[in-house]
Write a protein of this length. Structure first.
Length: 253
């Protein structure tokens, strides 16, 4: 069988816990084929982000064209976008694709607290939200983007991730244009090794959509995958370490 072709538009994490590196691991372990358009290079580890070098917009688009024109694409995952110019250009190109699911993880701040998007870039996120099948903000990101109402305003779906909530139970909510469609609650997994959770979840969902799962099935499989990866964290580094790789993960049934 031909694997689902997943185009990942995101930044590189030199420490391997998040970004392109986490995306590729996730897509591969879930049976997809990952391709990349790298938007930024970061010097990064479990303690924080030591440096960021945005890739010129023309080069981001060139990477996208190389993948789309030759290999093709079944789903797209967008993470760290690099600049407002790149956000607008990526939105323009993706808007020309027909019936390709797009998962947008609006990365603003790294797990360590380092800023990964300036105000102009965050403002340009509206273009990407407007073309996305699903947007996956954490609670602070959702507030910065305008709250639950963005689902109705942009006629899209939003998975509001509850990891930044308080208490022993965490709740993720799927919000559609007409309001909350479903909520999932699970006990918090007590670990500091949460680097890359957002990247991993968005990539897992994009892979599921590219494989033909419906939105609810793709989200549920993605959530299970992330929780298993959190439980398998190897404890690397001196800060927010990477999650583990659930090699034995069973696909959604």
């Amino acid at each position: 069988m031909t694997p689902a072709r997943i185009l990942i538009i995101a930044g590189s994490d030199s420490g391997g816990g998040a970004g392109i590196q986490a995306d590729l691991k996730t897509v591969t372990l879930l049976g997809g084929y990952g391709m990349t358009a790298i938007t930024a290079i970061t010097a990064q580890n479990t303690l924080g982000v030591q440096g960021v070098h945005p890739i010129p917009t023309a080069m981001v688009l060139a990477q996208m064209e190389s993948c789309i024109g030759d290999i093709g694409v079944d789903a797209v995952k967008i993470g760290m976008i690099g600049s407002a110019e790149t956000a607008n250009a990526v939105a323009d190109r993706l808007a020309t694709l027909d019936n390709i699911p797009i998962v947008f993880d609006p990365v603003m701040v790294a797990t360590s607290g380092s800023t990964l998007a300036d105000d102009a870039t965050i403002a340009a996120f509206e273009r990407l939200i407007a073309i996305a099948t699903l947007v996956t903000p954490n609670l602070p990101e959702l507030d910065a983007l305008g709250g639950d109402g963005i689902a109705a305003h942009f006629n899209t779906h939003v998975l509001a991730k509850g990891g930044h909530g308080t208490g022993p139970m965490l709740t993720d909510r799927l919000i559609g244009p007409r309001g909350v469609r479903k909520a999932w609650s699970n006990a918090r997994i007590d670990t500091p090794h949460t680097h890359g959770t957002g990247c991993t979840l968005a990539s897992a969902i994009a892979t599921g959509l590219g494989q033909g799962l419906d939105l609810m099935e793709a989200i549920e499989r993605g959530r299970k995958y992330v929780r298993e990866a959190l439980a398998l964290a190897p404890g690397l580094g001196n800060g927010h370490g990477p999650m583990g790789a659930p090699f034995g993960f069973h696909a959604y049934a």
